[in-house]
Design a protein. Structure first.
Length: 310
């Protein structure tokens, strides 16, 4: 395909994610932590439209509050487009229209989904021909959650969360996502985790070693049994998020008292994800949480990663 015959506008949809399991290792010399995570892509989507342009520009709207989303080179989607242009030697630019439905700064990877969608959209728009393996490598350079937004489904992430292996997950899990209007800084949550661990550790403590995924959560996902999944989920960042924002613990308790099988902070928060027995129970819980003043939506997983639409 030549540039003259390439599409004028490409639409790509990419999912947000929930961390079904999240174990955090000790802080490393560079200040980062190794993690072991189980991601599940869920049906809260980011829609990115790419059109030809001389430079690199972006516009953002959505059904969630987008007032804090940058519309310059700080936006990860613009950085993704520039990276792909550099990779394939493309001399032009792109305009990206982003329509957001994943809560912003909520620990659900919305910005990473935008970046993954931008990579796929620009590759199609510019006829880049980048292989899936190379696309994953480029995604890794943009951030730990971007490779999973490309992959979708359910996956185990290790290292910084970007070393991915697909995980078998049967059936459908129904979730209710509840968000609050005040965000949480990811670095602050990790610092609070380190502080809590240092305060609670004995004088001489054995090393925790390399973080790993509990086999129980993988077995539960293979069975597709929501109750078994609920019994196995865990997030090491949750106590730190609760310490910084005690109202999140109250939100978790409210959901669990009203029919959720379990509730946990997704990623570093402040989103709380509730696992329901089925779609009907999820809708009932959403109504309850909305009546209590929370922004809530129902989603299901797993769903595919970033894909061209149409």
């Amino acid at each position: 395909m030549t540039l003259a015959s390439s599409p004028d506008r490409v639409h790509v949809r990419a999912p947000g994610k929930i961390n079904v399991f999240f174990e955090v290792g000790d802080v490393q010399d560079d200040g980062y932590h190794d993690v072991a995570s189980v991601y599940q892509a869920v049906s809260a989507y980011e829609d990115v439209y790419a059109t030809h342009a001389d430079g690199f520009t972006i516009s953002v709207d959505g059904v969630v509050d987008v007032s804090g989303v940058p519309v310059d080179d700080r936006n990860l989607a613009i950085r993704a487009a520039r990276l792909l242009a550099q990779e394939i030697g493309y001399p032009g630019g792109v305009h990206l229209e982003i329509h957001k439905a994943v809560p912003v700064a909520g620990g659900m990877g919305g910005g990473s989904a935008d970046a993954a969608a931008a990579l796929v959209a620009c590759d199609a728009l510019w006829d880049g021909g980048v292989t899936p393996a190379r696309m994953q490598q480029l995604a890794t350079r943009l951030g730990a959650d971007v490779p999973f937004a490309l992959m979708g489904g359910t996956a185990v992430g290790t290292g910084r969360g970007d070393q991915l292996s697909p995980a078998l997950a049967r059936g459908r899990l129904d979730w209710v996502i509840a968000t609050t209007r005040v965000g949480l800084s990811t670095p602050d949550v990790y610092r609070e985790l380190d502080r809590l661990r240092e305060r609670s550790a004995p004088d001489i403590a054995p090393p925790r070693g390399v973080p790993d995924v509990d086999p129980a959560v993988l077995q539960a996902l293979r069975t597709g049994d929501a109750s078994a999944v609920a019994a196995a989920v865990r997030n090491d960042l949750q106590d730190a998020a609760f310490a910084l924002r005690p109202e999140l613990a109250a939100l978790r308790d409210l959901g669990c008292d009203n029919g959720a099988l379990t509730g946990l902070v997704s990623g570093s928060g402040p989103t709380v994800a509730f696992l329901a027995t089925d779609a009907t129970a999820a809708l009932d819980l959403r109504v309850t949480l909305a009546a209590a003043g929370f922004d809530a939506l129902t989603v299901h997983g797993p769903v595919p990663g970033a894909r061209v639409v149409g």
